[in-house]
Design a protein around this ligand. Structure first.
Ligand SMILES: Cc1ncc(COP(=O)(O)O)c(C=O)c1O
Length: 381
């Protein structure tokens, strides 16, 4: 058994990030400024979007995108229960209600057929699909059933992911990314909205900094002016130049970090293929999986013991996610029972996420595989 605990996730940072952050600190400009604008420009180029607006989280990004679309009190926003807290809460921030639709058990992603059925019954203001773990949602099918309803992608897990050959980030009205510490590009905390829609981009930018009209961040620069106008009660969601400097270095390593996760996923797949008790993550061969998560499935009823077993072997594992409708807030507010979304509830009970990050050594991967093999052997006795 390994001597030291293998964390579930670690950011891949080195002296290059340290130097970039030190340069920003020495410059005297710590908050949103030129570095953030460069980060936005590079990010927009990468995903092929016209605009990229840097913010301080994916939660902020989704809040701003839905606000810019005019989602408000009494509206319904269609999304998946199989997601993190953020996807649901931003809908509630605006006074709207989530309309949950169950998932496709193969991918954990929202099921377009069920979305179509829900849309035949209910009016919704927007649709928020989530690319769970980094496997792209069936966006083309979703678009077909959605018609004119705007889609805002929760792409917190989906950098760099491709649907067919198309990069996630320029395929819907708006796409929201996360640069949280555990994500595939990390700035500690951070996020990005990408869009081709000029008006939506402008509204998000203004609302990300107090609702102050144009270039509020420039007011302390040589070109800036002390004058400003507040056009709406905005938010304080801007990204700092310290974080953007980290992000720029991380962007340069994005491909290499992704290649490493692809290799780890391939090793896990090969190692676990022979166990009928295990189900390895599904992926469509035409797509590019970002491999933010490696979502293994174990037999129902054995999951919690499996996670504990991995921990006892010094392997940090996790579970993604406890479906939103099972949590007290959603359960009590909307009177849900677990089987209102039976596939989400069933698959959650089988899910174990294994460590998959570029700083893992081959030895770390060997240790995870050995611990999983031992866990399967335990299941058999
Ligand atoms: C699916 C999903 N959406 C949104 C978020 C929120 O991201 P952030 O922490 O950048 O706000 C997360 C974070 O873990 C997530 O997993």
């Amino acid at each position: 058994m390994r001597e030291h605990f293998l964390p579930f996730a670690l950011p891949d940072t080195d002296e290059a990030e340290v130097a970039a952050v030190a340069e920003v600190i020495r410059s005297g400009w710590l908050t949103t400024g030129a570095k953030t604008r460069t980060f936005e420009a590079e990010f927009a180029k990468l995903v092929g979007a016209k605009h990229a607006i840097a913010v301080n989280s994916c939660t902020a990004a989704m809040h701003l995108a839905l606000e810019a679309l005019g989602v408000g009190q009494g509206d319904r926003v269609l999304t998946t229960p199989y997601t993190f807290a953020a996807t649901g809460e931003v809908i509630r921030y605006l006074g709207a209600d989530p309309l949950f639709v169950d998932i496709d058990p193969a991918t954990f992603n929202i099921d377009p057929a069920q979305v179509g059925a829900a849309l035949a019954r209910e009016r919704v203001a927007a649709i928020v699909p989530v690319h769970l773990g980094g496997e792209p949602c069936a966006l083309d099918e979703l678009r077909r059933v959605a018609g004119d309803i705007p889609i805002v992608e929760d792409a917190a897990h989906a950098l760099p992911a491709k649907l067919g050959g198309r990069m996630i980030g320029a395929l819907s009205r708006a796409t929201c990314f996360s640069f949280y510490a555990t994500k595939t590009l990390s700035t500690g905390e951070g996020g990005m909205i990408t869009t081709d829609d000029d008006a939506l981009a402008e509204r998000c930018r203004i609302m990300s900094l107090h609702g102050i009209s144009r270039d509020a961040w420039k007011r302390y620069t040589a070109e800036g002016s002390w004058q400003y106008e507040i056009i709406a009660p905005g938010f304080k969601y801007n990204l700092t130049d310290v974080a953007a400097a980290l992000g720029l270095v991380q962007l340069g390593k994005l491909g290499a970090m992704w290649q490493r996760r692809v290799a780890i996923a391939a090793r896990y797949d090969a190692a676990f293929a022979g166990h009928p008790e295990l189900q390895v993550p599904a992926r469509a061969s035409a797509n590019q999986h970002a491999w933010h998560l490696y979502m293994l499935r174990v037999p129902a009823g054995a999951r919690d013991a499996f996670v504990e077993h991995l921990r006892a072997h010094n392997i940090g594992a996790s579970v993604h996610f406890i479906p939103l409708h099972v949590h007290p807030y959603y359960r009590d507010t909307y009177r849900y029972t677990p089987n209102d979304f039976p596939i989400a509830y069933r698959e959650f009970q089988r899910e174990v996420s294994l460590p998959i990050y570029s700083r893992m050594t081959e030895r770390d991967v060997d240790d995870v595989i050995a611990a999983v093999h031992a866990g399967v052997a335990k299941l058999r006795v």
